[in-house]
Design a protein around this ligand. Sequence first.
Ligand SMILES: Nc1nc2c(ncn2[C@@H]2O[C@H](COP(=O)(O)OP(=O)(O)OP(=O)(O)O)[C@@H](O)[C@H]2O)c(=O)[nH]1
Ligand SMILES: [Mg+2]
Length: 309
Amino acid sequence: MKEADRKSGFIAVVGRPSTGKSSLVNALCGHKISIVSPTPQTTRNKIRGIYNTAHGQAVFLDTPGLYNSRKPLNRHLRELVTASLDEVDAVLYVIDVSRPVGSEERYIAALLGESRLATVVALNKIDLRRAGGRDPLELVRSSLPAAAVAETSAVRGDGLEKLQQALFAALPEGELLYPEEFYTDQDPEFRIAELIREQAVLQSRQELPHALYVEISDLELRDEQAARPAAEDEKEREEPLWIRAFLIVERESQKGIMVGKGGSRIKAIRQAAQREISRVFPYRIHLDLRVKVNPGWRRQEHLLSRLVR
Ligand SMILES: Nc1nc2c(ncn2[C@@H]2O[C@H](COP(=O)(O)OP(=O)(O)OP(=O)(O)O)[C@@H](O)[C@H]2O)c(=O)[nH]1
Ligand SMILES: [Mg+2]
């Protein structure tokens, strides 16, 4: 392929909560870039996933699910999504076909129509039963008549090739934006905090997934083995990565829920998070995880500005 034919650009991934935006970004990029859970509003940040192909480079901005609520956290999340539309060359609009089209969906379709950005629609979760009511394709045809449409299943990997072609067709010709070996630009501390939050959300989702955030207080590579002679097995020489982190909840009563009976829940979260972190970072992971209360944190504007970005 000639250098001049290469495409590159930024693509905002937008949709209602829990439609599979992060799952699609991970499936396309082939890496765990963004955390995934069945709880709506899992993503709280504008997370960059870099997708390198023979056609060029697409940089996804995975965004929080768009949700109409006046609560301060939701307002911050919504503003982040609308601001990302100003930074991109195209949009990947993800619709969950297993849920009926409602006012939220119509609002997003209209917003994207007004943005005049090149839009590709993924009709996702085609492995599930389609919801009754208005056909989402009809909504797309009326609000976004120029949009390309691909039917996908992020969990089964269906339709990704067609989606990929449509996305690159929507991007301008251009040089690489990041070196080809990069697949994300998140710093390690942020990724680790997200992997811990994912496990905390997965294991507390009946009770308080939205009341949580994670803070890393210490991150240290301890080269304990440097003084020792080289081991036969390279694995034994893997350095330990020490992480001290806090799971922060809103109220004292939530602390007990996160800790669990005899510390069982926090232990399960810690073990699962250690496993997930070691899949991403090639170290022996030592995670010291504690629960802390920050009363009413979801109303603290300065904290929300730091957490939601
Ligand atoms: N059956 C099925 N489930 C899917 C598919 N794509 C995603 N999911 C599931 O849907 C849930 C939400 O997926 P996410 O990728 O976190 O969705 P999201 O749109 O990023 O969610 P927010 O960040 O909360 O807005 C998870 O339980 C996924 O496993 C799909 O194609 N089919
Ligand atoms: Mg997400």
